[in-house]
Write a protein that binds this ligand. Structure first.
Ligand code: ZN
Length: 253
């Protein structure tokens, strides 16, 4: 069960004098999927499916993305406080609802956005894969390709490091392009994000934490103290995100 929280948006309270010159940046976390029905439409390229991957034991990706994202927010704020930084974290959803991609993209479209990370869990034919990967918009339709690629590679490496505490053979699978989606036209979420004026030159990617249709992954990563395991992985990711956001804040000064 996820406790309901009314505040969508939390800032780390600690800040240092050095931060006073830079407006606090906000990390946007999008917990993939949600609810029980499709949101948006194919025609508008805004359709978000309620759930994709399911574990052999019946856990749903949409619930795990939300559980993980709520923990990730806490870990980012903890890491920011530790580093004496001011930054915000915002989630596109905090309950079991599905939002279409126009709504999700618009809530990411802030002048102070640092980056957008959409959290997912993966599944594949054969249900034997194990690894973390990021999806970015393919080069031919992505003006920010190099920015996205550099960011996503660092993000996956941080994620994979945390996952391997529980799954030593889990692979760092790096980044893939979104060309496998929708018959080659790519992700509709990226399509909507790219239309938002404040998100130009801001890194955006999907992070696929592990393949949850694999029974061995479910046992090692999702059974027992799942919140504790998610916290380890989230802390590793948070370390990367806070550092990446600091570099961006410096560039803006
Ligand atoms: Zn997904």
């Amino acid at each position: 069960m996820i406790a309901h929280r009314s505040a969508f948006f939390l800032f780390a309270l600690a800040f240092s004098l050095g931060d006073l010159h830079a407006a606090p940046l906000v990390i946007l976390i999008d917990p993939g999927h949600g609810g029980n029905s499709v949101a948006g439409s194919l025609k508008e390229r805004s359709n978000s499916s309620p759930n994709n991957a399911t574990t052999p034991g019946g856990l749903k990706e949409k619930d795990l993305t939300l559980e993980f994202s709520l923990i990730l927010r806490e870990e980012i704020l903890k890491e920011a406080t530790k580093q004496g930084r001011t930054l915000g974290v915002m989630l596109t959803r905090e309950t079991d609802v599905n939002l279409d991609f126009i709504t999700r993209a618009k809530s990411c479209n802030r002048p102070d956005t640092s980056c957008v990370v959409s959290i997912h869990f993966n599944a594949t034919d054969g249900a034997k894969a194990s690894g973390s990967l990021a999806v970015i918009a393919a080069k031919d339709r992505n003006q920010d390709y190099e920015i996205d690629k550099t960011f996503a590679l660092g993000l996956v490496t941080a994620c994979s490091k945390g996952v391997r505490d529980y799954l030593p053979n889990s692979k760092d699978m790096g980044t893939i392009h979104d060309s496998h989606l929708h018959g080659g036209i790519g992700s509709n979420f990226f399509f909507q994000l790219q239309r938002q004026p404040h998100l130009k030159s801001k890194p955006k990617c999907f992070l696929e934490i592990e393949f949850i249709d694999n029974a061995a992954v479910e046992k090692a990563l999702l059974e027992g103290d799942r919140a504790g395991k998610f916290r380890t992985i989230a802390a590793s990711i948070a370390g990367y995100l806070v550092s990446a956001t600091e570099e961006e804040a410096r560039r803006k000064e």
